[in-house]
Design a protein around this ligand. Sequence first.
Ligand SMILES: [Zn+2]
Length: 84
Amino acid sequence: MPRFGTWWLSERLYWKKIRVTCECGVMRQYDAKALFDRIGDRSMPALLGEISAAIGCEKSANVYRDRCKLTYEMPPGELSASRH
Ligand SMILES: [Zn+2]
């Protein structure tokens, strides 16, 4: 079940691969389990911010406008990274 309205990495390990894309052209793929072992559990939105920073997107520090558009590439059948 989602905690606090967001999904957590521990709930998404079955994806096997965490794929992210950004309109700035960045595409990355992470092994879900390796990521979990390395950084521990994270909410998916928080994880996205960390990945953005790790990638070094120049917009990752922008919080209010012109934000990094990094997003999860959802596996088929998944609708959203967060549910409310
Ligand atoms: Zn970006």
